[in-house]
Design a protein around this ligand. Sequence first.
Ligand SMILES: [Zn+2]
Length: 145
Amino acid sequence: LTPTRDCVFCEIVAGREPGSFAYEDERVVAFMDLAAANPGHLLVVPRAHAESLADLEDAVGAHLFLVAKRMAAALRASGLRCEAVNLFVADGEAAGQEVFHVHVHVLPRWDGDGFRVDAEWTWPKRSELDAAAAALRSAYERLAG
Ligand SMILES: [Zn+2]
């Protein structure tokens, strides 16, 4: 988990690339996303390089989400247009992750803003839901133990 000059978020955290910072502390920073879905779209980013959620220390991950929660409240109080908020994490390339340094998107939303997350929604049978829950319980216990 060392800073890398190949990582644009490490460069922003180090001050070698420009960033518009909304928040900083010893573990995380929040800065405005250059590709904004809506004005006020920001990213909360751990200072230490971590490619994925699995690489993030639990305490840093907990703090990352705490700051994302507080930034959502800040957005609502900022005067920027914000009727609602989405938190969004892309963890892995197939999930749409483009910068491989963990980040939480905090997105101001309003009715009709055009932002969409689409899916082929299905309605699984109860037996399928139960089987998925069992697989997850087993994996969680394995990982936590
Ligand atoms: Zn990085």
